[in-house]
Design a protein around this ligand. Structure first.
Ligand code: ADP
Ligand code: GLC
Length: 466
């Protein structure tokens, strides 16, 4: 079974968030159970591509409307990943130091057309094309409707929705950029007067998946305008919980962290990582350490953090570290809080993979007050590192964290409000002082969220199509 994943991100090549982690792990686990799974993504100008070498395996041109654009397909020369990966290289559009910008219409359109053009030429075509998010949302439509891709229209295309908030909307004027198709089928592309790649994917993909079962249900009521569409297409849609790459995220082997540890050595291991963090960030390591890691956006409930943390820190019996970037307003408020709580609070505004690993290892609790959380990987990483997740009960968080009050192992709250966050922190502090806290640490480290189960679930899904 040959599966080709198409995505804008893939760890460790280019990562903005969880999409990269998923596309960097799922193919590897699929390969380990006998599939031949590969990735195709844009070629960006970033640290990874500068450090590695690539060979060109195909050169051609696409027409984006009246503009002719050269592209090549590059293959990574070294085998540093556990799956094959190809890149669409388009100098003027894709080869940028960023993954996303304010207007990516031409970039991802060109990526998708070039990728399908290349697939047309392959002797061993994929048995399944697996698209991720709206950046590859036009693939299911084009593979089915564009005249030049007619020979691909028997290949099942699967779309996974990682986040329905972003849909890739583009104006009708961009229609002429798509390879020719029967114009009577144009309705498949449209939603609310715009070309909507995510909506088109939901309509045209052979199967639609979301990254947790709860999120699938929630989308029928809250999908940024696509609620009715998702309800209408629910017979071909299924929620499959993401897994984690438990080799990359392994406190016993993790090269980023200060001291490695496993279930037996967790107390000493976490203590050393916590001490390093507290020394670096001027925090008190004798207090329970709470952390937040993530994009500082409304979906993550991030704009409530400054107020909630300010309030919680008044009791002076906890330490807090925040790692994230996003809304400038929230970033500023989080920084403004530093002088107000010296020795107890700090924030690093930016993206830092190494620091994130040390925080998962050193923190006692991880805060995730998300408004929307399709799956969430942070809570699963934190479990693996013996860090108790404090989460709002939504989406994938609801599917992976059970409250200690329900014989579980985490702290859950119902609402996205300052009050709920502060109350949850207070419950967490009480838990920290119980003997059960250290027992729970060992327990959560043994919960298996690796991709093993879900990689198989995707294979079963592909198999169910024929
Ligand atoms: P999302 O994809 O919505 O941002 P996920 O929980 O699925 O949320 O995944 C987020 C991923 O990005 C995790 O691997 C997390 O550790 C990482 N991450 C988020 N923000 C940062 C940051 N500022 N620095 C380092 N890693 C980050
Ligand atoms: C999205 C979601 C996040 C999910 C990730 C990987 O970015 O916001 O909840 O974990 O995709 O599927």
């Amino acid at each position: 079974m040959r599966i080709m994943h198409m995505s804008a991100e893939c760890y460790p090549v280019a990562k903005i968030g969880g999409l990269a982690d998923v596309v960097g792990a799922l193919p590897k686990y699929q390969n380990s159970i006998g599939a031949v799974s590969s990735v195709i993504m844009p070629f960006y100008n970033n640290a990874f591509t500068q450090k590695h070498t690539f060979v060109s395996v195909y050169d051609s041109q696409i027409n984006l409307g009246n503009t002719q654009i050269d592209f090549s397909v590059l293959k990574l020369s070294e085998s540093v990943l556990d799956f094959d990966i190809h890149f669409i290289h388009i100098n003027e559009l894709l080869y940028k130091e960023y993954v996303y910008s304010d207007n990516d219409t031409d970039r991802f359109l060109a990526f998708q057309i070039a990728a399908l053009d290349w697939i047309l030429t392959l002797k061993d075509k994929p048995d399944y094309i697996h698209c991720h998010d709206h950046h590859t949302g036009l693939i299911p439509f084009m593979a089915q409707e564009s005249f030049k891709y007619e020979s691909l229209n028997k290949i099942p295309v699967i779309t996974t929705i990682h986040n329905a908030q972003y849909q890739g909307w583009m104006s009708y004027e961009n229609l002429y950029k798509l390879p020719r198709f029967n114009i009577e089928r144009v309705g498949l592309l449209m939603w609310d007067g715009l070309i909507n790649p995510l909506a088109a994917a939901i309509k045209c993909a052979w199967r639609v998946t979301t990254v947790s079962p709860s999120y699938m249900e929630e989308l029928k009521f809250n999908a940024n305008g696509l609620e009715h569409l998702l309800s209408a297409e629910s017979s071909k849609a299924i929620g499959i919980l993401n897994g984690i790459d438990s080799e990359v995220w392994n406190p016993d082997k993790d090269e980023y962290i200060i001291k490695n540890y496993n279930k037996t050595s967790v107390d000493a291991g976490k203590k050393a990582n916590k001490k390093w963090l507290c020394d670096q960030f001027n925090l008190d390591d004798s207090k329970p350490l709470f952390a937040f890691i993530g994009r500082l956006v409304g979906e993550k409930g991030a704009e409530l953090l400054p107020h909630a943390l300010d309030y919680a820190l008044r009791s002076k019996d906890l330490s807090v570290i925040v790692l994230g970037s996003g809304s400038k307003d929230t970033e500023r408020q989080l920084l403004d809080l530093i002088p107000k709580h010296p020795g107890l609070y700090n924030a690093y505004i930016g993206y830092d993979e190494k620091l994130s690993h040390i925080i998962y290892a050193g923190a006692d609790f991880l805060l995730m007050p998300s408004r929307v959380e399709p799956c969430g990987l942070n809570q699963m990483y934190s479990l693996r590192y013996g860090t108790v997740p404090v989460v709002r009960k939504i989406g994938g968080l609801k599917d992976t964290v059970v409250d200690i009050g329900d014989q579980g192992f985490g702290i859950c709250h119902n609402d996205v409000s300052v009050n709920d966050i502060v109350m949850a922190i207070s419950r967490a502090k009480d838990f920290y002082n119980l003997k059960a806290f250290k027992v729970n640490r060992k327990h959560i480290m043994s919960i298996d969220h690796s991709w093993k189960v879900s990689a198989k679930a995707y294979i079963n899904l592909y198999n169910s199509i024929h």
